[in-house]
Structure formats: structure tokens, C-alpha cells
Write a protein that binds this ligand. Sequence first.
Ligand SMILES: Nc1ncnc2c1ncn2[C@@H]1O[C@H](COP(=O)(O)OP(=O)(O)OP(=O)(O)O)[C@@H](O)[C@H]1O
Ligand SMILES: [Mg+2]
Length: 348
Amino acid sequence: MVKLPTMEKQMILGESSLLAQALEQLSLIAPLNKPVLIVGERGTGKELIAERLHFLSLRWQKPFLKINCAALSENLLESSLFGHEAGAFTGAIKSSRGFFERAHEGTLFLDELGTTTSRVQEKLLRVIEYGEFERLGGQQTITADVRIIAATNADLVSLTARGKFRADLLDRLAFDVINLPPLRYRPEDIPILAEHFAISMSRELGRELFMGFSPQADATLLHHQWPGNIRELKNVVQRSIYRQQEADLPIQHIVLDPFITPWPSPSVIHAQAADQAVEDVPPSNMTEPSPPTPLTLKQQISEFEIAGLKKSLVEHYYHQKNTAKALGLTYHQLRAYLKKYPQLLNRT
Ligand SMILES: Nc1ncnc2c1ncn2[C@@H]1O[C@H](COP(=O)(O)OP(=O)(O)OP(=O)(O)O)[C@@H](O)[C@H]1O
Ligand SMILES: [Mg+2]
């Protein structure tokens, strides 16, 4: 049970060594006046890390502007980044400063950079290299001192190999690359993040207490592969909290997929019926299914061992020393079991 604190601010949570390494790299690179590329699967915290980078840099009191390159058409992105003069295009009644001018002496976060067109990439290259550009429809060269942080979940190296991204731009952007680890590679962070999101949702719902997760709910959170990473975890936890009306009980059911429906669509029913029809036709040589063979004593012992070991591994977040201790085994005995049953380390 957790008594809810009253304030919340955007924190970078997690105790895994993979996250610690990324944060360590972040604090080393933050004070340098160099471009940084942040890469990671969707929802791994790229934007959060970009903000932290700015606030740890010497530019922290200057503007931090963000632009999502994938959300704008080529023309709009160009005029948003570099500004435009009056009359540059239909509807450009007044001149306008772009993000590069507005972020002068600060940081510009170019999010989802992987999809930008070659024209925009060429202009970015110039501004990164020389700090120079012109507004759309303008003649005058403008200089701006802007640090660039770019983020993408696209594989820029392979886009470059396929001619979809400029190699010279990648070289300049990637002075160094911060690789954010997917959540499934840092399961130690799952309970910490889950509790944080649960508390914030409980507070949003006006509840005074959060009673934690049931052991089954904990195991579900730990075993899921989290393709949408921390954003997915946040949604799943918050959904599970609000769906459970009994605030005085631990969360029992984790709703991983809100699209799952008990009412399949007609096409699914049709396909299932067709499959069933095929299954219903017995092949001529088919015999009655034989009754399940009873397990040998050895098999029963193995199943028992696997179940007990699995439960304890999950409860201790796969921390092998703690698992061994809880089971009254030495570390080497546990290692021997893991060698005997390698499937225990498969977290799916
Ligand atoms: N370490 C963390 N601690 C707490 N919250 C986090 C952490 N990492 C990410 N988040 C939260 O997870 C959500 C997704 O993070 P963010 O938007 O930074 O990811 P992203 O990598 O930019 O995702 P996308 O590729 O989809 O744009 C946000 O709500 C963010 O605050
Ligand atoms: Mg993002």
C-alpha cells in the first residue's frame, strides 16, 4: 500500500544498469556543444531524454524547442524550421521566424527525423555545418547558434545505406548516439515504472491509496514483452487501475490489450467455422484419441521443480542470487537448475 504523495513531476525512473549507462552518457555529453542523436524503439523515452539533455547543458536557461518532423509536410516543415518572408507562398501574409531563429543560443529537438525529405536534409546539413540559412523566399543569410538534438526510431544507418538519408547529415548529427534500451531488456525497471504510473493514475481518479498489484498482476507485467515500451506500460497500468472499481484491493487484472473483444467479427467467425469444418472431417486412418498418459514420477518432479523455480524467479525479477536465497539453494545449485531447464530463462 502506498500513501499518495501530492506532487508529481516528470522524472526519469529506473534502476537498471542499462538505463544508468544511458544516463551516464547523457551527463557526459550534455555540456558539450555537439549534436546528439537519440535512438530507441517507440516509447523508450527519447523525448524525455532530450529534455534532460538540454537542462543539463550550459544552454539550460535558453529556449528548448521541439518539432516533430514526421507530422508536417515538406513545405510546412521547411517554413517552420527556417521561417519565411511575406509572400513566400500563398497565405504567407507576414514574415515569420522559424525554429532555428527562435531557438538561438538554445536547443532544437528534431523529433522523428528519419522521414525528412532530401531537400530538408540538405538545408539541415548546411545549418549544422555553418549555422547559416535563409528564410523561405528570403535573400538574406541568417546565422543562428543552435544545438541540435535529433531523435528517431528508424534505423538511420540502413536508411542511409538505401539512399533514403544523407550520409553526410548522419555523420554530423551522430557526433554521438544515445541508444535507449527497450523495456524488455531492463525488467528491473518495470515494477518501479508501473508503481509510478499506478500512483499517478490513482491520484487522477481522486483515490487516496494505491494497494499495489496482486502477484499474478505483477507476473503479467513482468512477462509481457512491451513492444510499445514505457508508453505502453503507462497505458496498460493506468487502464488497469481505472477499470478496477475496488480501490481498496490490489490490482488483480492487467488489461494488456484493450482491443480484445469477446465478440469476434463475422469474418473471424466465418474463418473459424471453416477451420472447424476441416477439423471435423476425420482422416480415414484416424483412431480415437488415446487418453492422456500419466506422467512418470521423474516427469512429475521436473514439472514441480520448474513451476517452483519459475515462480521464484518471477518474484525476484530474475535476480539469480535473490532467487537462490529464497529457495534455500546456493547460487551454484540454482545455476545448475537453470542449465537443466534453460526454458526458465525464457521470459515470454
Ligand atoms: N525512465 C522513465 N521514467 C518515467 N517515465 C518515462 C521514462 N521513460 C519514458 N517515460 C514516459 O514514457 C512516455 C513515452 O516517453 P517519450 O515520449 O519520451 O518516448 P519516445 O521514445 O519519444 O516515444 P516515440 O518514439 O513514440 O515518440 C512518456 O510519458 C514519458 O514521460
Ligand atoms: Mg517521441
